[in-house]
Ligand binder design. Structure first.
Ligand code: ASP
Length: 309
């Protein structure tokens, strides 16, 4: 029987290596570890992968370092609009939300859409009203705003943004539980300076988020390219139709993303608990926790050489 495992990412919009201070690296790794522990606690107590990915993503949404929930990027009107999706491999159940402005934890609203409506995706005012009807914690728009993201917006507007961290980011989790069920969740503020109303790949089932009985996937990167590639579903399709492993399928999908001009990465777990975390950007915040090993986190490629998948 495969053992449970959880993997997370906090976006391919990583700080450039040259700019990363030891203090900031410590904060980032501590936040990744806290998210992994939140998800792992669920799995270790024989809980469901769906609960594990939701709990891990909530921790990342609440952390101002990452582009989701508090700390999300600004759109072209200097507002924050949030997207999220959650999916259970067992039964192909999914829920998603887009364009949220006052919901503290979009991933939990996505789950409510899945469990308490006949729909898959709710956007804008209707999604906000549904959140209130479910009693989800509302916050004022200022709750999400950070000075760092405001400065990034100014740099992008001035054409002075050089690092991925100014442009985008996202958080996500994938997990396998003791019952052998897979789940995936993704949450994001999208791309800095995006047009008001723009929706990226993250809340779109099969683009930025996907889980079935074979594999669970969460993506991060240039959303328009991931959308056009159907990136998350493509991983499962390649495994089924081309007989590849999850690692090969994820790499092939990212190669296509790159050919189309997109940068980013993804995390995936297959039914056996094998984890893959490829990216073609300078870095991708990421981490993994499984039963027989301790928490491992990574930012750049050399962390992979230190045996992160
Ligand atoms: N994929 C996200 C979006 O386009 C952004 C990111 O992951 O960096 O909304």
């Amino acid at each position: 029987m495969p053992h449970p495992v959880i993997a997370i990412h906090a976006g391919a919009g990583a700080i450039a290596r040259a700019e990363l201070s030891a203090g900031r690296e410590f904060e980032i790794r501590a936040a990744l570890e806290a998210a992994l522990e939140a998800g792992w606690k669920v799995l270790d107590a024989d809980g469901a992968s769906l609960d594990a990915v939701e709990q891990a993503v909530r921790v990342l949404e609440d952390c101002p370092l990452f582009n989701a929930g508090c700390g999300a990027v600004f759109n072209a009107e200097a507002e924050i609009e949030l997207d999220a999706c959650i999916m259970a491999g067992n039964g192909l159940r999914a829920g998603a939300v887009a364009g949220l402005r006052t919901v503290r934890n979009p991933v939990s609203l996505a789950r409510a859409v899945m469990e308490h409506t006949p729909h898959v995706l709710l956007a804008g005012a209707g999604a906000e009203a549904f959140a209130r009807s479910r009693g989800l914690e509302p916050v004022p728009p200022i709750y999400f705003q950070t000075i760092e993201r405001r400065q990034a917006l100014a740099r992008v507007r001035a054409g002075a943004a050089t690092a991925d961290k100014d442009r985008h980011g996202t958080v996500g989790a994938v997990a396998l539980d003791w019952a052998g069920d897979l789940a995936a969740a993704t949450s994001t503020g999208g791309m800095t300076n995006k047009r008001q109303g723009r929706i990226g790949d993250s809340p779109i089932v099969g683009a930025g988020t996907y889980a079935d009985q074979r594999v669970a996937v969460s993506c991060t990167g240039d959303g328009e390219v991931f959308l056009r590639c159907n990136a998350a579903f493509r991983v499962s399709a390649l495994m089924e139709l081309a007989g590849t492993t999850a690692t090969q399928a994820a790499r092939r999908t990212l190669a296509l993303v790159k050919r189309l001009g997109g940068s980013g990465g993804m995390i995936a777990i297959d039914k056996s608990g094998a984890v893959t975390m490829p990216f073609n950007s300078e870095g991708m915040y990421r981490g993994i926790r499984r039963s027989n090993s301790s928490v491992r986190t990574g930012i750049y490629r050399e962390d992979t050489q230190r045996r992160l998948p």
